[in-house]
Design a protein around this ligand. Structure first.
Ligand code: SAM
Ligand code: SF4
Length: 513
């Protein structure tokens, strides 16, 4: 897809980092989403809801089961209901919550995990976030932004050697990596087609973006180049902590500009938005409640909640000791609780746990409702083409250090052993099933059926194009079981599915529903 010149000319041009903040944070594009000057994150209300839930009897099974029934009916929970779940301590009730979370995930997203990989395009940054290796002034960090040739080389490894179909492109915030640069990298990624080891032409089918908040005009340009999800992590919703970690005078220092990032995206028509808190910066209970208020405000103002919620947790990074010293670091059990409570509170949302987490922690999250994971990830700038698909990390070339360096093939085999199918489906947004439309389809369980079918078709492709003999032998029975389930549950639709499946077996690619 080409950028329309009209929209592109409206993007703000920069002459240097010094005027960047002044030109970028547009007050009227904040105020219009905070009617009456009232922010949807009201700290007093959040603290008082948490306090009253802790004063009640949080382990009351009747009350907890009433709440779980709402989650099963795929209804977004009320803040007071989430506050009750946050305070549950009874092991039997906690177990029931985890089981319900998995049941909700299965009813909305079926029995599959979607795989993707991060592609870091640039580590140039004007901000000074204290926890991040890319922050301006960190002399240890080796700075670079990918040229378009280098983007192509990265895609050659990601799509051609590993077999990814879906990426998240990640950027620092800097005038040299403006929206025009972002748009060009996305166009280049989509246009790069390469041969798989078995000779099929393959490429990236969905480019999600994790970048700084943008003005509406710039978001329209990203919409035109066909980005998937626009992801912005809030880091922390707690204003005082936010101010401490993001110095005043930097673009990121503006809390209101960041908290309204998705309102602008939705206005611009980028209707898949991805939220996240960086866990470890502030009290997890407050952050969970605030994320729910954020999701509910999007639902209220646009009728669309977050397409995904991610769960980044602080990892070691170059030149900062915060990941070891923060008083708010959480243990694995708490992390898992956060995942469970999110699944129950925003039942329709996709949920992502990345390679920041150690393998044991990620594996535990699979059984409580996550829907997406990355694998074979390398977050050094130009890391994939420099190190091919070997796992390799250099602290001063990347934003933080990854804890799970397993390959895509290892992850797929690992999931298959648990009878879980890996999906490379990107059909939803290519068929217009995004935003409010996909929300309805998710809530009624319709999307789960498409998920299952497209998971089967894309998994077939991956096995034929990339799998080694042992992985193939392990995965075929899982695939066959899924195909049989489609035949049993969707008998009228099955012949069309089988026809696509057989064509893929004969070498055709990119067939979907
Ligand atoms: N620069 C843009 C921004 O900050 O909005 C794009 C995102 S940044 C490249 C990607 C995300 O990595 C951040 O939003 C933050 O949540 C996360 N991150 C930064 N430092 C981290 C660390 N030490 N451990 C784990 N995640 C980190
Ligand atoms: Fe820059 Fe983003 Fe890192 Fe902050 S988190 S320093 S904005 S790359």
């Amino acid at each position: 897809m080409q950028t329309q010149p009209e929209a592109s000319s409206k993007i703000r041009q920069f002459t240097g980092a010094s005027d960047y903040r002044q030109r970028f944070v547009i007050r009227e594009q904040i105020d219009k989403y905070l009617p009456g000057g009232k922010h949807f994150i009201d700290e007093d209300v959040i603290f008082s809801r948490l306090a009253s839930a802790s004063a009640e009897t949080p382990n009351d099974p009747v009350r907890v089961r009433e709440i779980l029934a709402k989650s099963r009916a795929i209804e977004t929970l009320l803040p007071e209901e989430m506050a009750t779940l946050i305070h549950v301590t009874d092991p039997a009730l906690l177990q029931e919550m985890a089981e319900t979370a998995l049941a909700v995930k299965k009813s909305v997203y079926d029995n599959r995990i979607v795989m993707f990989a991060p592609l870091y395009m640039s580590n140039l940054c004007v901000n000074r976030c204290t926890y991040c290796g890319f922050r301006c002034g960190n002399e240890a960090q080796q700075r670079r932004m990918l040229t378009m040739d280098e983007v192509r080389q990265e895609i050659e490894v990601l799509a051609g050697k590993i077999g990814h179909k879906r990426l998240i492109a990640v950027y620092g915030e800097h005038p040299d990596t403006s929206t025009e640069y972002i748009a060009e990298t996305i166009r280049t990624a989509y246009a790069t087609l390469v041969k798989s080891p078995h000779g099929a032409m393959v490429g990236i089918r969905r480019m999600n973006v994790n970048a700084a908040p943008l003005p509406v005009e710039d978001l329209r340009v990203l919409k035109q180049v066909g980005i998937g999800t626009f992801q912005v992590f809030q880091e922390t919703y707690h204003r005082e902590t936010y101010a401490k970690l993001h110095p005043a005078g930097t673009v990121k220092g503006d809390y209101d500009w960041r908290t309204t990032a998705f309102h602008r995206a939705l206005e611009a028509g980028v209707d898949d938005v991805g939220m996240g808190v960086l866990y470890g910066l502030y009290d997890w209970k407050f952050e969970l409640m605030a994320s729910l208020y954020h999701a509910r405000d999007l639902e209220r103002q646009f009728g669309i909640g977050p397409h995904t919620i991610s769960f980044p947790r602080l990892e070691p990074a170059s030149g900062t000791d915060l990941p070891a010293t923060s008083p708010y670091l959480i243990d694995d059990e708490t992390f898992r609780r956060i995942v469970v409570i999110t699944r129950l509170s925003v039942p329709y949302t996709g949920m992502i746990v990345t390679c920041r987490e150690r393998p044991e922690s990620r594996d535990a999250c699979v059984s409580c409702g996550i829907t997406q994971m990355d694998a074979s990830s390398n977050i050094a700038i130009k890391g994939y083409s420099d190190f091919e698909n070997e796992s390799h990390q250099e602290k001063d070339r990347q934003q933080f250090v990854l804890s799970d360096t397993r390959s895509l093939e290892e992850m797929i085999a690992n999931l298959a052993r648990k009878d879980i199918i890996t999906s490379f489906c990107t059909a939803g947004y290519r068929c217009g099933r995004t935003g409010g439309c996909i929300m309805d389809s998710l809530k009624t369980g319709k999307e789960g059926k498409f998920c299952k079918i497209n998971a089967v078709l894309t998994f077939r492709e991956w096995l034929d194009d990339f799998a080694g003999a042992a992985t193939r032998a392990l995965c075929e029975p899982v695939l066959n079981k899924e195909l049989a389930a489609i035949e049993a549950t969707l008998p009228k639709f099955y012949p069309a599915v089988k026809e696509h499946y057989d064509r893929i077996c004969r070498g055709e690619r990119d067939l979907f529903f």
